[in-house]
Write a protein of this length. Structure first.
Lengths: 271, 303
């Protein structure tokens, strides 16, 4: 649509500046020599060295990573099934309720989700800790996976599946041989999304945790309440770095795979 | 045999996620409602009556007689809760409008950008969404503090000579919400603008519309679906927001998410926090259903 006016460029530059400037400042001040995060006093990596000796923080990071790995994997399986159910089966009893339950967690305030899950865990007598956090994370992240996978399934050419079934493949085999490879990039980005959502979560984890299970965001939050320090900036910078690398790798992989697939499809049709 | 396997497969595809969501998403709401009718007690769990799921129907009926609406009466008696609900809705509403005003020009600019750089722009909008919410809110503390980076900057260029007090006011909350939720608003607006048939705007211009009125009469109405989706994606979670008012807002800032958190963590009053959550859910149920319908409609259009 032609004319990209000066106004358009200005609004993009300002908008993106607004989005990125705070993060850039946070990263810059993690290398500050001074204890103050607002006055620059020279370059230093001492806050990073200090982090390395903070055992409580490293423990929290380890708990967080384990929760995120397990919950993202389970959420990806459940979310993919949910997306299949929504796209492939347009008629089944209680479909309205089902789609409602998939979409509602996307906007549900975290305090409500956290409180309600905690009360469930207490009601069924589950010991609170690592596993209750994991179950809670599976529940709220699977819906994000479902939405991501669903949008891929909607643009999927179902005739390939039908062809496989006509040729005698069972539904299970069709799924693993045809459907899954095609939606794999979406499933993968769903997994990455679930992983980072779990890594970030403060509110739901705080409600559903028990003694002995402290996640990194909970640790960061309790330190932030005491004041802003370059040490927190350093943890945040590391987290941002991990996520940025993960997302960039994911998008490159997705792009390559999609290009490869398109090439294959074209080759298949050309035959 | 294949028939049976096929039927079984399709059953499982539906039943597994369905059962999971019923158990971990829907049933907990009934438990919240149930406990909101209980009394606070010094025990673990800290409320009575404690339901014994294995006590049979008669046992449940017996316990049900002990239910009371006391917690709800308590909420109406203390004006603090009412004010917290009202101010949460107002703060979320103002923030949603501000987010829309900033997000729309950005989304519009993105949709007008050359096709080759659009994926990069899209990626740049999504990227902050993947970085921690907590970190992004934390980053603003150092900027908005009285001796913070914003005041240092404004004073160095002589725009102000007294530091602005922004942190711990409602303005800090607006900035925090706009900042955190901006991608949620940009993305749906961008996708509705990108899908738009641009010959319509050209036709309006050819027929003598000024660019301004062509925008308001053609472009904007056609992007309304994206605007509505974006506003709901921002407004609903913002009403129950906890981290932003807690870290950026002042001690006198009332938001219901913070009230619920304090009721639960500081006062350890589970029944009252359950009642607070139940009413919050009732307030949000209409916008949530609205959002679900918009989503379901978008899906059926994508088919």
């Amino acid at each position: 649509m032609g004319n990209w006016s000066r106004f358009n460029i200005a609004s993009i530059v300002l908008g993106f500046g607004f989005l990125y400037l705070p993060i850039v400042l946070l990263v810059v001040f993690s290398f500050n020599e001074s204890k103050l995060v607002t006055v620059w006093a020279g370059f230093s990596t001492k806050w990073y060295t200090q982090l390395w000796h903070n055992q409580a923080l490293l423990d929290a990071a380890w708990v967080t990573i384990r929760v995120a790995l397990i919950s993202a994997t389970c959420a990806t399986v459940l979310g993919t099934l949910a997306a299949l159910a929504l796209v492939r089966y347009t008629r089944f009893r209680g479909r309205m309720l089902f789609s409602g339950m998939v979409y509602a967690p996307l906007v549900m305030p975290e305090v409500i989700t956290g409180l309600s899950l905690l009360l469930l865990f207490v009601a069924i007598g589950l010991d609170r800790g690592f596993w209750t956090i994991t179950l809670a994370h599976i529940t709220f992240t699977m819906c994000f996976v479902a939405v991501v996978v669903q949008s891929r399934l909607l643009s999927f050419d179902q005739s390939i599946e039908e062809a496989a079934q006509d040729l005698g493949a069972t539904p299970v085999r069709t799924f693993f041989a045809i459907t899954l490879p095609v939606i794999a990039p979406a499933v993968f980005s769903g997994w990455v999304l679930a992983f980072t959502l779990s890594l970030d979560d403060l509110v739901i984890s705080s409600f559903t945790t028990g003694p002995g299970a402290t996640t990194l965001p909970m640790k960061i939050y309790s330190q932030v309440r005491l004041g802003v320090t370059p040490e927190i900036n350093a943890i945040c910078t590391i987290l941002i770095g991990i996520v940025a690398i993960g997302v960039i790798v994911a998008s490159v992989v997705t792009k390559q795979r999609e290009a490869q697939r398109e090439k294959d499809e074209r080759a298949a049709f050309a035959q | 045999m294949a028939r049976v396997a096929s039927a079984l497969f399709s059953r499982l595809v539906i039943i597994i996620p369905y059962a999971w969501l019923l158990f971990f998403f829907l049933i907990p709401f009934f438990i919240v409602f149930r406990i909101s009718l209980s009394q606070t007690a010094v025990a673990m769990p800290p409320y009575t009556p404690v339901f014994d799921l294995f006590g049979g129907l008669s046992g449940i009926m017996e316990k049900a007689r002990e239910f009371s609406l006391d917690n709800y009466v308590w909420l109406t008696e203390d004006v603090l809760y009412f004010n917290a609900y009202v101010s949460s809705v107002i703060i979320a509403g103002i923030s949603t409008i501000l987010t829309l005003m900033i997000a729309y020009p950005v989304a519009y600019g993105m949709a007008k950008a050359p096709k080759s750089i659009r994926p990069t722009l899209l990626m740049l909008v999504i990227l902050p969404f993947w970085t921690s919410f907590l970190i992004r809110v934390y980053a603003w503390i150092a900027i908005l503090k009285p001796e913070g980076l914003l005041n240092q900057f404004l004073m160095s260029i002589n725009v102000i000579d007294q530091p602005l007090i922004i942190l711990n006011t409602n303005w800090a909350i607006y900035i925090g919400i706009v900042y955190s939720y901006l991608p949620f608003m940009v993305l749906p607006i961008y996708s509705s603008l990108e899908k738009m048939d641009h010959t319509l705007t050209e036709a309006a211009l050819d027929l003598g519309c000024t660019p301004f009125s062509a925008f308001w009469q053609v472009t904007f109405p056609l992007s309304l679906a994206g605007v509505v989706a974006g506003c709901l994606l921002v407004f609903i979670p913002a009403v129950g927001e906890f981290v932003i008012p807690d870290l950026l807002g002042g001690s006198e800032t009332l938001m219901i998410g913070k009230t619920l958190w304090n009721e639960f963590n500081a006062n350890r009053d589970w029944p009252v926090s359950s009642a607070v959550a139940t009413i919050l859910l009732l307030i949000l149920v209409i916008p949530i259903v609205f959002f679900q319908n918009a989503q379901a409609k978008a899906d059926s259009e994508g088919r």
